[in-house]
Design a protein around this ligand. Structure first.
Ligand code: BTN
Length: 338
């Protein structure tokens, strides 16, 4: 007897089917229309709906009317992120893993394999997440987002500090304008919500003599985490979007908008003059200017007034003798009145 031929499941058709259903919310689309538009049989449409059900989606099916989306998965789901990215016409490749040592490491491994840039790596959890200044970044599967973007910007290294600030300001703008979260930027790259950290950035670059060969920008965003489950010493210092509004957000939709924002901001930075928009966003979202701050640099504490940044993105600190110091890398906090 000849072997029974079974068609291999094609996950990109799951994404295409989902994109069509997401694009017509609360509307029934018939099985034959879906089959026609996707170039597959109606039986194959059922197969892909089943595959999506196994990932946590659910559909309402009504005879003579067709299908509509009823339920989306609550956890990070690469099929759903990809479908949302399609709706935003964002084609940045997404590499998604359940677990990684660090998304930074995976981006570096992909670069070593000559993966085309830009691309983004996302993991549901990390076992060896990294923070700034050699610190550990604890990254359990808790509803937060761990992402690393890889670019080949071919820019002078001096512009890279500005680049991270630019991306951070644009994410701030996304969260303020589309979600009404009053997020602010704390130099160099932390995003704060009501004085607590909700996002951190880690820029790691390979630099040749006069240009940045590749840059991996790691961004952790606290989206749906329950901060009361964080270690006790961290709880007063960190927050999440969920903690702020008291309800869980569609993490897949935010993630797609976030990837789209980072991609568009990168393209703007590379291809257009950004000075005016940078200044406008800085004036809107900077947390520190005019405030008394403590800056820790090489284990030394400096106290002064934040005076904005210079053309290289260094923080300008006015000391008590009115001299101005430019800080390239430091740990900064608002000074507590003694
Ligand atoms: C910091 O504030 O110290 C920077 C934190 C950066 C964390 C992100 S999460 C995704 C990416 N992968 C990592 O290992 N770290 C960065």
């Amino acid at each position: 007897m000849p072997p029974i031929k079974t068609k291999k499941h094609n996950p990109s058709l799951d994404i295409a089917l989902l994109t069509k259903l997401l694009d017509s919310p609360n509307t029934f689309i018939s099985g034959s229309q879906l089959a026609l538009e996707l170039g597959i049989s109606r039986v194959s449409v059922w197969g892909h709906l089943d595959a999506l059900r196994n990932q946590g989606f659910d559909f309402e099916a009504v005879r003579n009317r067709g299908y509509t989306l009823k339920k989306l998965p609550k956890k990070l789901n690469p099929t759903l992120i990809q479908a949302y990215l399609n709706l935003l016409s964002c084609s940045t490749p997404l590499i998604f893993e359940e677990e990684l040592d660090s998304t930074q490491n995976e981006a570096e491994r992909q670069l070593a394999l000559s993966a085309k840039t830009p691309f983004v790596v996302i993991a549901r959890k990390m076992t060896a997440g990294r923070g700034r200044l050699g610190r550990k970044w604890t990254a359990p599967d808790n509803g937060n987002l761990y992402s690393s973007f890889a670019f080949k910007p071919n820019l002078p290294p001096a512009r890279m500090q500005h680049f991270s600030l630019w991306i951070a300001l644009n994410i701030c703008d996304l969260l303020n304008t589309q979600y009404s979260f009053p997020v602010r930027l704390k130099w160099p790259n932390d995003l704060h919500l009501e004085g607590k950290k909700m996002s951190g950035f880690l820029a790691e670059a390979r630099i040749d003599a006069d240009h940045t060969r590749d840059l991996v920008l790691g961004i952790g965003l606290n989206i749906n985490a329950d901060i009361t489950k964080f270690p006790l010493d961290l709880q007063p210092k960190v927050t999440s979007l969920y903690q702020y509004i008291g309800k869980k957000l569609d993490i897949n939709s935010i993630t797609a908008k976030f990837i789209n924002t980072v991609t568009q901001s990168y393209n703007e930075f590379i291809n257009t003059p950004i000075k005016d928009k940078f200044n406008e966003l800085w004036n809107k979202y900077d947390l520190l200017t005019g405030k008394t701050i403590d800056a820790f640099q090489n284990n030394k504490k400096l106290t002064g007034t934040a005076k904005g940044i210079d053309s290289n993105g260094n923080l300008l600190l006015e000391l008590s003798d009115k001299s101005i110091m430019a800080l390239h890398s430091a740990e900064v906090s608002l000074s507590q009145p003694s």
